[in-house]
Write a protein of this length. Structure first.
Length: 756
């Protein structure tokens, strides 16, 4: 197998089968044999003489050679009792109490099985509308979204996977203003990604500077008119503020709806890349393009022969997934098999470009993107036609837009999905994104640091005698190669990271892939922290003009909350300061006064504490007056986030109000939680006790510094110290820097992903 050490670690932590005590009962090699065997079995349903063993070996080699990997649920569940192999689903939400709560129930069952869900709330009547059956008034879409969100929270607390949702509302719904602002507070509706469903009529109104109608979904009548440019500006400003909502071009989704008689496409999966009809599922997999490169006398080029062979095997694999999948609902089983949509995508695109010496932000790269994706889609359809000769066309083929042509086994064959965890397993760049960082520092459990370097960059630097650990640490600190004087211009030209790429080229690349992709392309346009609202507006307009089906943006540091690693908190990049001098012992304001304001600049540390139901990350920050605030964050495995956050907030207020720290420690220490009692060897007895222990450690450190017994702690961060910090920047499992890309969020350090 070609798996790297980090890939093996992630598989062992998140994917292997375990016994009732949580101990692994299979090896990494066994995992891939399990998946290959389970998926290959589908062939025997169509041909009793099929050589399933040979096919299983082909699938095994394709995966372990890191040429293709299916979505995470397939790796986790194929060949196991659960057997749910799909990544995400779309559920309908009808305009009655019965239909709404049926959708909530169905979503809970899907989340329990490990899948994500997409919803359109556009059919719900607006808030305040009359409910004739009861004489009451309707709550409106946003109100019910909060109910869906709480149901997801309940399922999440009982399981190990976070339930992911997509919420969509049409731009012409009467409640669109409330929808745009409903996540203004980052702590609100946290289990949803949001997108506004944009129509062609609305975009024409934006261009022409005129009003557009709001339509009551119940009566179909116009209830009001709004200025299109004002609403578009409001969407843009909200996205600039914290990345939401994104936008989805509904008419474009339905332009490519291959079975329009089955209804309109109203929603997508949680990352925006798979438009689906109600109850359809997305069954995804990705080809690792960096393995599709061959060396010639002239340099490196795409190995199209190998790529074609891999496409044919991958489409075969994904069609088998549909056949052996155990769907969480009967309606999903039926709808999925009516169209048999598969989503073959790619990863390692940025690595392929680097290997070929092509800058990501170049017209040459954009042109190659279209060439490669056109080749994949055309050969994917040819593979689907070959399968149809033996297995038959998808059942709705006769009423599809393909009717009259050669039968197809699958209504769609290509989708470009986020590949956060998969790209970690494959050791390549994610999806069609530029590389987020070419060098970063991984913190090992014993406190040592390990330098992680993009293998292509390392190879080139070593060949040219430029590699050194010192240089790699400098690149990691800068976050980019562009301002490293020791590096030649030709290397800096090719090895551009996400923040080196202009928004224009982010969108041009997305549009190039979208042109030849059946479904949609999941991609995030990464902005620097100082990007303007106008910058976001230009990207949204450009996405529309270049033919994208949607767009997601993220402005660095725009979701401000706590810091999960040693570091200094800055409001603006330009406010970067050297480490603070060692503070004196805590000096508190006189009692009875309002809490002193939180300082703009603090130092602190974070410690991971093992609690009975998972990990608790406790951050204690201080300034020249002593300890001034405490933050907590629970790992994905569980915990009591609301209670621990409340404790931390009250402690922070008390500290800045003059309460003696020893009084607080006396109150917190020793509180016992039943979950810790059940586990031997715990270092704390509860979340409050864990908070107290870290506070005591920082207090002792500050005392020792005052006495001159300890050096000032290093306050450098895993990210550049001048980079703004915030929620969404650090992994909830390990505290490492997160990557916002592919419409999703993932951690290169431990394999955490919001989406899979």
């Amino acid at each position: 197998m070609k798996l790297g050490k980090n890939a093996v670690t992630v598989l062992e932590k998140r994917y292997l089968m375990r016994d009732e005590h949580g101990e692994p009962i299979e090896t990494v090699d066994g995992l891939f044999h399990r998946v290959a065997n389970a998926i290959a079995q589908a062939d025997s349903r169509f041909d009793p003489k099929a050589d399933v063993e040979k096919l299983s070996q082909e699938f095994y080699e394709m995966m372990t050679n890191l040429e293709f990997l299916p979505n995470s649920p397939t790796l986790m569940n194929a060949g196991r009792d659960l057997g749910q192999l799909s990544a995400c689903f779309v559920l309908p939400v009808g305009d009655s109490m019965e239909e709404i709560f049926e959708a909530i129930k169905e979503a809970a069952l899907i989340h329990k099985s490990g899948g994500g869900t997409g919803f359109s709330f556009s059919r719900l009547r607006p808030a305040g509308a009359t409910v004739h059956s009861t004489g009451g008034v309707a709550s409106g879409p946003v109100s019910f979204m909060r109910v869906f969100n709480m149901a997801t929270e309940a399922v999440k607390q009982g399981g190990t996977r976070r339930g992911a949702n997509m919420g969509i509302l049409r731009v012409d719904h009467p409640d669109i203003l409330e929808f745009i602002d409903c996540k203004k507070n980052n702590a609100d509706i946290t289990n949803f990604n949001l997108s506004v469903g944009i129509t062609e009529e609305f975009m024409e109104a934006v261009r022409e500077g005129r009003k557009y109608p709001l339509i009551d979904p119940k009566s179909g009548e116009t209830v009001k008119e709004l200025d299109a440019r004002e609403i578009f500006s409001k969407i843009v400003e909200s996205a600039w503020r914290n990345g939401e909502p994104g936008i989805i071009f509904l008419d474009r989704l339905n332009r490519d709806n291959v079975v329009p008689r089955q209804g309109e496409i109203e929603s997508t999966n949680p990352c925006g890349e798979q438009p689906l009809l109600p109850y359809e599922s997305c069954n995804l997999g990705s080809i690792n393009l960096v393995t599709m490169v061959k060396k010639t006398s002239a340099g490196y080029e795409v190995d199209f022969e190998k790529l074609k062979d891999t496409v044919f095997k991958a489409v075969h694999f994904l069609d088998n997934v549909i056949q052996v999948n155990r769907y969480p609902l009967e309606a999903i089983d039926h709808a999925t098999k009516q169209t048999r949509k598969v989503g073959l995508g790619i990863m390692g695109w940025a690595d392929l470009l680097a290997r070929m010496g092509i800058p990501y932000n170049s017209d040459e790269a954009v042109s190659l993107a279209g060439q490669v994706m056109k080749f994949i889609t055309e050969n994917g359809r040819e593979a689907s036609r070959e399968l149809a000769k033996v297995r038959g066309a998808f059942p709705l083929f006769g009423e599809s837009t393909f009717a009259g042509g050669a039968p197809l086994r699958n209504a769609t064959v290509t989708t470009i999905a986020p590949t956060g965890t998969l790209s970690i397993l494959a050791g390549c760049s994610s999806g069609v994104e530029p590389v987020f960082a070419y060098v970063f520092i991984r913190n090992i459990m014993d406190g040592t640091e390990m330098i992680e370097v993009n293998p292509i960059l390392r190879e080139i630097l070593e060949e040219r005698g430029l590699y050194s650990d010192q240089l790699m640490k400098k690149i990691a600190k800068e976050g980019s190669l562009q301002h490293i004087p020791e590096l030649p211009a030709d290397i800096k030209r090719v090895f551009v990271c996400a923040h080196d790429v202009s928004p224009l080229y982010h969108i041009k690349m997305q549009a190039a892939f979208q042109k030849y992709t059946d479904n949609a392309v999941s991609k995030t346009v990464n902005f620097s922290h100082d990007a303007t609202v106008e910058d976001v507006r230009e990207v949204y307009m450009l996405a529309y003009e270049l033919g994208c089906k949607g767009v997601t943006i993220y402005r660095d540091g725009s979701r401000a909350e706590q810091v999960l690693n040693i570091g200094s908190v800055k409001k603006k990049e330009e406010e970067s300061q050297p480490a603070l001098a060692a503070p004196a012992l805590p000096v508190q304001p006189a009692s009875g006064l309002r809490p002193r304001p939180r300082p703009e600049v603090t130092c602190g540390l974070t410690e991971r504490m093992k609690i009975g139901c998972g990990n608790l990350y406790v951050t204690v920050n201080y300034d020249e007056n002593g300890i001034c605030e405490v933050f907590t964050s629970t790992g994905k495995a569980g915990g009591c986030p609301s209670q621990s956050e409340a404790t931390a907030r009250l402690v922070s207020i008390a500290l800045r109000s003059g309460v003696n720290i020893e009084e607080l420690l006396d109150q917190l220490r020793g509180i016992r939680c039943p979950s810790t009692i059940r586990h031997a060897g715990m270092k704390c007895t509860s979340c409050p006790d864990a908070i107290a222990r870290v506070m005591k450690k920082v207090s002792d450190m500050l005392e020792a510094q005052k006495l001159g017994n300890l050096p000032q702690p290093d306050v450098t961060t895993k990210a550049d110290a001048k980079t703004p910090h915030g929620e969404g920047r650090y992994c909830p499992d390990c505290g490492a820097l997160l990557e916002h890309e592919g419409g999703c969020v993932s951690c290169r350090s431990c394999g955490y992903s919001k989406c899979n």
